[in-house]
Structure formats: structure tokens, C-alpha cells
Design a protein around this ligand. Structure first.
Ligand SMILES: [Zn+2]
Length: 346
């Protein structure tokens, strides 16, 4: 074992011993974050998730059975020539952007996005109808199909570009294609689904941290007051929905300031690949980080994306999201005891 990992794991174990006597575990596996580090290869159970071809097939199938509610299209082609598929559902005035798998090896966000699309496209429930009437939802289940197929984070081009650091230089065709789609559709809200690879506890507890909320990909000083409020409204609506699952262990994502990430440029309003000003900024753009691996089943991991996403969609559709006070963000704990490699998910 790598010395640094061993040391971190040992420190984590020590922390757990010191924390003994805490609340009884309702779900014992969720309270053993000091377990062995997950090596990168173990995070990559590609056989358990749909391939690019299967994702496209499912999108077409959802479109076919939606009686016109869902439309599937391509935003362009990837570095290897794959179609960059997206779907739109609903025809409301507010555009809502939901993207998954910009990092190819963050597996379960794709299935969650497909489930949301299926639900919005075919459900006769009052909530789904309200969302379809109030919103036009853009669903991108696999932003990085080349990286997903190769099971790596970045592009597969020689530059190995992180597509979530490419909305300033736009070296990748995926970035240029999805920027053009963003500029054309002008989404009011955006949600970006990620996995984090580290083992983490909720600070001050012995609870395994399995969901991290990212209300800020850039420093709030770079946002308008309205954007920062909207981001916190989206974040706290999401947290409430995740907490209703029970025993998830919610933490704040580390405070970052990454201006070339997709969400960041959406908030900043360009400039685009040709240097032009889009004359438009997205009002709210946040991200989720779900633990990659562990004792949770695939279905449980997907619920941690699906539940908060649906809560934000419902709040955006009925307007309650914008009435949320946005409070509580500063009181959320961070994750701590990062024991293993894996790097930041976002
Ligand atoms: Zn990621």
C-alpha cells in the first residue's frame, strides 16, 4: 500500500476509535469508513453500467414511447467521432440543463440521468406534467462518451483533456459542441452529476460521507447576488431530498474556484470558443458528488442523484425553489478523513 494512503487510513481509524460511543449505527456498513482504500481499478466496474451504444438505444426507446414528449438529437461529435447525444423533454419557458458523465469513469450518473428522462417523458403524474409544462429539460446522459468507453476521466485525445476544465480554451470538440448548445438554449438552471473517489466521513461524526453538495464551482464573489442565492436554493433543496433517503451522510464539497469548468462558464457568461460574448448567464448551476464505490448497490447510488435532481426540477417547475430562503449552506459540515487517492470528483 502507498505510504500516504496507509498513513491516512491509520489516522482515520484512530479518529474512529476516538469517536467511539457515538450514536448507535442504524446501518453498520455505513459506519465503517476506515475500511481498505479502494484502488482506482476497483472503481471501474464498467460491466455494471450501460455502454455508449446501450445509452443511445435507451434514449431512442424513451423517445419512441413518449408520444412526442421527448426528442433526441446530437449536439455534434466527440473526438473519436461518436454522436454527442442529448434529449429534451417538456416545452416550458425555463430551460433546465442536466448533464452527467463529463468524467468518463464516474459511472452511475448516466443511469440516473436516463431514469430522470424516462420519468419525465412517460409519467402521467401531476409532478411530471407540471415539469413538462413549466420547463424544457435538456438531459445529457453521457457528456464524454469517449472517456466513458475507455473508462477514464478525461478525453481520449493525446492531450487527455479534462472536459470540465475546457470551457476557456475549448480544445475539445465536445466542449465546442455543448457550449453551442448551451448558447442556443440559454438554460436558466444547470445541474452536473459527478462521483468522488475518496473515502470520507462527515466532519465531527463517524458517519460515512456518501453525498457531497457543490453549490459553488467558483467563488461567490464572481457571481451575482441572484446567482449565489439561486445556487444555495438549489443546493439546500437537494440536501433536503437526499436527507429524506436516510443515512446518506451529507457534506459540502470543498470550496473551489475553477473558472474553466462548464458550470463556472455558464455562470460567468462565456466568452465562447470564438471569443464572443454570449450576452447571457445561467442563473443557477450546481453539482452533486456521490461516492463511487462502497457498500451501496448501484440502485442506491443512482437514488442519490435521482432524488435531489427531481426535487430541484419540481421546485423549479412550481416556483417554490425561488421562494426557498437558501439558508443552511454555511452550517453544512465538510467531508474529512480523506483516506484514499482518487482526487476531486468535480
Ligand atoms: Zn467528476
Amino acid at each position: 500500500m502507498h505510504l500516504k494512503r496507509w498513513l491516512a487510513a491509520a489516522l482515520l481509524t484512530a479518529g474512529l476509535v476516538a469517536g467511539a460511543g457515538g450514536p448507535a449505527a442504524a446501518d453498520p456498513p455505513a459506519h465503517t469508513p476506515g475500511g481498505p482504500c479502494i484502488e482506482p481499478t476497483q472503481q471501474q466496474r464498467l460491466s455494471s453500467v450501460p455502454s455508449y451504444a446501450e445509452v443511445v438505444r435507451q434514449m431512442r426507446s424513451i423517445e419512441d414511447s413518449s408520444r412526442g414528449a421527448v426528442e433526441v438529437a446530437s449536439a455534434g461529435t466527440s473526438g473519436e467521432g461518436r454522436q454527442l447525444m442529448y434529449a429534451t423533454v417538456g416545452d416550458g419557458p425555463d430551460v433546465f440543463w442536466l448533464q452527467a458523465r463529463i468524467h468518463g469513469n464516474e459511472l452511475h450518473s448516466t443511469e440516473a440521468a436516463l431514469q430522470i428522462l424516462r420519468q419525465l417523458g412517460s409519467s402521467g403524474s401531476a409532478e411530471a406534467q407540471r415539469i413538462r409544462e413549466a420547463l424544457t429539460v435538456v438531459v445529457i446522459p453521457m457528456y464524454n462518451p469517449d472517456g466513458a468507453t475507455a473508462n477514464i476521466r478525461q478525453s481520449t485525445t493525446p492531450t487527455r483533456t479534462d472536459l470540465n476544465r475546457d470551457w476557456e480554451n475549448f480544445v475539445q470538440p465536445e466542449s465546442r459542441a455543448f457550449y453551442a448548445l448551451w448558447e442556443r438554449l440559454q438554460p436558466r438552471l444547470a445541474l452536473d452529476l459527478h462521483h468522488f473517489g475518496q473515502s470520507s466521513r462527515v466532519a465531527g461524526t463517524d458517519q460515512l460521507n456518501q453525498f457531497q453538495i457543490g453549490a459553488r464551482s467558483i467563488d461567490p464573489s464572481r457571481m451575482t447576488d441572484e446567482q449565489w442565492l439561486t445556487n444555495r436554493q438549489m443546493a439546500m433543496t437537494s440536501v433536503a431530498a437526499v436527507e429524506r433517503i436516510g443515512n446518506v451522510g451529507v457534506a459540502r464539497y470543498p470550496l473551489i474556484d475553477i473558472t474553466n469548468a462548464v458550470l463556472s462558464r455558464m455562470l460567468l457568461g462565456g466568452p465562447g470558443p470564438d471569443g464572443s460574448d454570449p450576452g447571457f448567464q445561467t442563473q443557477g448551476a450546481i453539482f452533486y458528488e456521490v461516492r463511487s464505490v462502497g457498500q451501496k448497490s448501484n440502485g442506491e447510488l443512482e437514488q442519490m442523484f435521482l432524488r435531489p435532481s427531481m426535487a430541484v426540477l419540481e421546485g423549479a417547475a412550481d416556483g417554490s425553489l425561488y421562494g426557498h430562503p437558501g439558508t443552511g449552506w454555511d452550517a453544512l459540515p465538510f467531508g474529512e478523513g480523506v483516506a484514499c487517492g482518487g482526487g476531486p470528483g468535480f
